[in-house]
Every structure is written in structure tokens, then in C-alpha cells.
Design a protein around this ligand. Structure first.
Ligand SMILES: C[S@@+](CC[C@H](N)C(=O)[O-])C[C@H]1O[C@@H](n2cnc3c(N)ncnc32)[C@H](O)[C@@H]1O
Length: 379
């Protein structure tokens, strides 16, 4: 099977986590860069990455890569690539992309040049002037990073954070890929008791259940490349079979709570759609009131920017800081740079992450929990 190079964009701050996952999936030449990971593999890798990646936003099959600082170089580089090997005569092939720290900085102009170059290459190959673009979608994505062009086909379609279980969200849902990264940073593997006391639409608890049971996140959805002529049906069948065979059955202790009954109902419905309703216990509870819990808490309380105001959010951080059981390991995502002051404790570790465009930090509290655990002596 031919080997391709893939580019998988991911949220800033989780490139390393995404790269480790792709290595675990068995892909070669995995490299993490700014907001993306690249790797190599056959068409089977394309199917497995789409189906199994918890952290990547999409998987792009790279068609060509070259340096360019002028529109002529961009046109020539794109035109020289083997587009007809991938894109059939009647395909729709819209072009999207971005440019960062590069001389070619006008996105609309780059889009026009890339489209024109692909059309010219296909005209030469197919011997036709006009493309109706009425067939299957082969979305072209380019990136120009420090004058290096990478251009390919978007094999995912809708972003991979869309797992197919959360059509309707509450007012500030967390991206599924970010929720997974938080679980990874909290070293949650499904063994400890788990709680999200501010669950909203249930994203973190649902992703915890999917992760604990090794349930591939893409099993409930389709991908653009499933309709592509050059990708054999077999790679999807094999990837799905392997993913289904890899699901663990076990007993898990996963809880999701929220003060708002409507959120709890929504979270339950989302868990049902994700196929993990049996694995998560949902309840209505106020996280500002003291509660006993000896396990891992991963959560994102209201920020103050998007829900309610900052003073209210800070009052809640303070109340939550007092209410939380000191035995718990707590991982809180917040965009408030003064979070630790209001929560009442300095984090053992912090990690910068982005929730969409909002710069956040994952505040990690595990040292006190460790101190409060009995030390087992070797006998
Ligand atoms: C930022 S949202 C959580 C979003 C969630 N991670 C998701 O992906 O949908 C914060 C949630 O905290 C809940 N909340 C606010 N005050 C609370 C309290 N005192 N106790 C428990 N939940 C609370 C809100 O109802 C809201 O659903």
C-alpha cells in the first residue's frame, strides 16, 4: 500500500498529547508542530486516525508541500501536484486555508490562485474546460506557515471534535478534543472514581467514559473520505471492526453533576447518544456545598466571560475551593488568571490550553490528595 503524509491540526497546547496518541495508534514519522501533528501511513492510517483520534481536529491527506513566497511559485507548485490521482471529474473541490508568518498573506488571493492551479492541472489531465462540481466533496485545505505551503484533501469533513452525540449544547460547551486533553493531563485511565461537578452538557464525563472503555470517538459518525473513490471500503470496515473489538467492558465509577436540572437532562441525553449512558451517573447538585469525593475531578466551572459575570464566577471558585474534598485530585480549566487566588490554593502544576479562542489554564491540584493517601509499605 502506498504511503501518504497526513497533517492533523489540533488545538494549541495539545500537540504533544495528540502526537503521543498517533504514535500509540502505530503511525510512523509522527511530529508535533504549532497547532498540528504530521504523520505517515497508508490509506488504512487515514481511516484509523479519523475513527480513533481523540485529540485531532481533522486529518488532511497532504498532496504536496513546497516553499513559496510569490503567487507564481504558489500556482506552479500546486499545478505540479497529481490532483487527478485523487479528484474525479465531477467532484466539488472548494478551497480553504490560512497563512501564518508568511509573505503570501492574503487568504482570498491564495484561495483563488490555488483553485485556479488545481483547475488547470485537472483540465490538462481530463481534457475538459468546465467542471460542474456537482459530485462528491473533496475539500482542499492549504496552510502557509513561514513560507512553506502544505496542501491536501480534508478526509474528515466535519471537525473530529464532532463525535455525533452533542447536537444541542448548553450555552458554553467545551470542545470534545479539549475535554479529552484535560483527561489525559489528569492521567485519567478509567480506574479511579471520576467526577465532573459542573458538567453542563456532559462533555467531560462522556469523554471520560469513552476513554475508560477504549471506545473510539468516531464510531457514531461518518467521514468525508468514506465517499471517496480512491479510498477502498475495506479500510473503513477493518478500522471499525478493530475499534469495536477494542472496546473494554468493565465497571467504572463516573459521575456528572450540575446545579441546573436542564443541563443534567441534556447531559443524560448526550450520554445516551454516545452509547455511554450506562457508564455515567448523573445528578443535580451544588458544587459550592461541601461533598465527599476521593478520586479525580476534571471540570470547567463558569468562566465569567461567557456565562454570568466574573465576580459571580470568582465567588463560585472560592466556594468550590472550600467545598471540595481534600482527598480529591482536582483539575480545573479556567480563563481567569487569578483563579488560584479565589480558589484558595496554589496549583501544583499549570498548563496553558485554548478553549476555542479563549486562552485558559488547566490548574492541577494533586499534591495534597497524594499526601492524604496512606503510604503502602512493601512487605
Ligand atoms: C462552563 S459550563 C460547563 C460546560 C461543560 N463542560 C460542557 O462541555 O457542556 C459550567 C456549568 O456549571 C454549572 N454550574 C454553575 N454553578 C454551579 C454550581 N454551584 N454547582 C454546580 N454546577 C454549577 C452551570 O449550570 C453550567 O452548566
Amino acid at each position: 500500500m502506498e504511503t501518504y503524509r497526513y497533517v492533523a491540526p489540533c488545538l494549541f497546547g495539545i500537540e504533544g498529547v495528540a502526537a503521543d496518541e498517533l504514535r500509540r495508534l502505530g503511525f510512523s514519522d509522527v511530529r508535533a508542530a504549532d497547532g498540528r501533528v504530521t504523520f505517515s501511513g497508508g490509506l488504512d492510517a487515514l481511516a484509523r486516525a479519523n475513527l480513533c483520534s481523540r485529540y485531532c481536529e481533522r486529518v488532511i491527506l497532504e498532496v504536496t508541500r513546497f516553499p513559496a513566497t510569490t503567487f507564481t511559485q504558489l500556482f506552479d507548485g500546486v499545478k505540479a501536484a497529481p490532483w487527478a490521482q485523487f479528484i474525479p471529474k465531477d467532484a466539488a473541490f472548494p478551497v480553504d486555508g490560512y497563512s501564518v508568518r508568511s509573505q503570501l498573506s492574503s487568504i482570498p488571493d491564495c484561495q483563488k490562485i490555488v483553485k485556479k492551479a488545481i483547475v488547470t492541472a485537472l483540465q490538462t489531465k481530463y481534457g475538459i474546460e468546465w467542471f460542474s462540481e456537482t459530485g462528491t466533496m473533496y475539500r482542499v485545505r492549504f496552510s502557509i506557515l513561514k513560507d512553506e505551503v502544505s496542501i491536501g484533501l480534508d478526509t474528515s469533513g466535519e471537525g473530529l471534535h464532532k463525535r455525533g452525540y452533542r447536537e444541542i449544547g448548553n450555552i458554553a460547551p467545551l470542545r470534545e478534543t479539549l475535554a479529552c486533553a484535560m483527561l489525559d493531563l489528569a492521567h485519567y485511565r478509567g480506574r479511579d472514581a471520576f467526577l465532573d461537578p459542573f458538567c453542563g452538557s456532559g462533555t467531560i464525563a462522556i469523554e471520560a467514559a469513552l476513554k475508560a472503555s477504549n471506545h473510539a470517538p468516531g464510531l457514531n459518525r461518518r467521514f468525508a473520505a468514506q465517499s471517496w473513490a480512491f479510498v477502498p471500503e475495506k479500510v473503513w470496515v477493518d478500522a471499525r471492526t478493530e475499534a469495536l473489538d477494542s472496546i473494554y467492558t468493565g465497571t467504572y465509577d463516573i459521575e456528572a453533576r450540575d446545579i441546573d436540572p436542564a443541563c443534567v437532562e441534556l447531559a443524560k441525553e448526550n450520554a445516551r447518544k454516545a452509547g455511554v449512558a450506562e457508564m455515567v451517573r448523573f445528578s443535580i447538585a451544588d458544587a459550592a456545598k461541601p461533598f465527599a469525593f476521593d478520586g479525580t475531578i476534571v471540570t470547567n466551572p463558569p468562566y465569567g466571560e461567557r456565562m454570568g459575570d466574573l465576580t459571580q464566577a470568582r465567588r463560585l471558585y472560592a466556594a468550590f475551593g472550600k467545598a471540595v474534598d481534600p482527598r480529591a485530585r482536582v483539575y480545573v480549566l479556567s480563563s481567569d488568571e487569578d483563579f488560584e487566588r479565589y480558589y484558595g490554593r496554589r496549583a501544583a502544576k499549570k498548563r496553558k490550553l485554548y478553549n476555542g479562542m479563549i486562552k485558559c489554564c488547566l490548574y492541577m491540584y494533586f499534591d495534597e490528595a497524594d499526601k492524604s493517601r496512606p503510604v503502602r509499605r512493601k512487605v
